[in-house]
Design a binder for this molecule. Structure first.
Ligand code: KIV
Length: 270
């Protein structure tokens, strides 16, 4: 499995990197078994697992708890903790404490933040403190109240140029990789070519160093799927099948069958 140092030196001739989210131990174990390069404990846990309408309510304690579960289920995967809204960016010293906790207490190897002008200095300070950083530009779901929606970004030259500039600033500040979310493929290609660090695309086309998706979209477990995602399995219908099967057999008194229980005499309790 790659380390942060391996990812940083990923080159154009290396195979594309694979990146998926996980929020729990069994899923993380399956990703490690499959040899996925990078596991992100995304703040998407908020809408995919915790029943929130957006990622904004996710807390540092929640990300810490899910990060711990993912780390305990993996031996050598590169696990990145995704810093939740308002846990970084306002106060650098407080942010370093929150980010450091993910490595020190939960065992993550790196953190990711949704990046902007306010995270350049923070990235430098984190890296100085031994906390590797993945930057995240393009669509930043934590900005939904400012942008009004979760649609494609960098659709005009000004925004594309801003993203490129921020990408360069985060690379110079020491970020080991850059996640590019939901931007045109031709914009992602230029950003990738301008950087030495690898770019992971989620909805950013093929001209990047690796591809990422949210695990529930891959497995077919979500209500809403972004336009760039691809579903590779239908876990939702398998769950429904299992739950229906249990209910039917209980109602029909087929479960538990003889091999699911014992009857034995318990002295003094006859
Ligand atoms: O929280 C998340 O799942 C993300 C995705 C863009 C990968 O940040």
């Amino acid at each position: 499995m790659p380390t942060v140092a391996d990812i940083r030196t990923h080159g154009p001739d290396d195979p594309p990197l694979t990146f998926l989210t996980a929020y729990d131990a069994p899923t993380a174990a399956a990703l490690e078994e499959a040899g996925i390069d990078i596991i992100l404990v995304g703040d998407s846990v908020g809408n995919t697992m915790l029943g929130y309408d957006s990622t904004l309510p996710v807390t540092v304690d929640e990300i810490a708890s899910h990060t711990g579960a993912v780390v305990r289920a993996t031996d050598e995967s590169l696990v990145i903790a995704d810093m939740p809204f308002m846990s970084y960016g306002a106060d650098v010293d407080e942010a370093i404490q929150h980010c450091g906790r993910m490595l020190k207490e939960e065992g993550a190897q790196a953190i990711k933040h949704e990046s902007g002008p306010h995270t350049v200095e923070l990235t430098e300070r984190l890296v100085d403190n031994g906390i590797p950083v993945m930057a995240h530009l393009g669509l930043n779901p934590q900005r939904v109240n400012e942008t009004g929606d979760l649609t494609r970004r960098a659709t005009d030259a000004e925004e594309a140029a801003q993203i490129l500039e921020l990408a360069k600033q985060h690379e110079a500040a020491g970020a080991f990789s850059l996640l590019l979310e939901h931007i045109p493929a031709n914009v992602a290609k230029i950003i990738d070519e301008e950087l030495d660090i690898p770019t992971i695309g989620i909805g950013a086309g093929p001209h990047v160093s690796g591809q990422g998706l949210i695990i529930t979209d891959v497995l077919g477990m979500g209500d809403w799927v972004p336009p760039f995602a691809k579903q590779y399995a239908d876990v939702q219908s398998e769950m429904e099948k299992g739950i229906e099967g249990f209910k039917r057999e209980v109602r029909n008194e087929e479960y538990p069958a003889e091999d699911h229980y014992v009857e034995e005499s318990v002295e003094g309790f006859e």
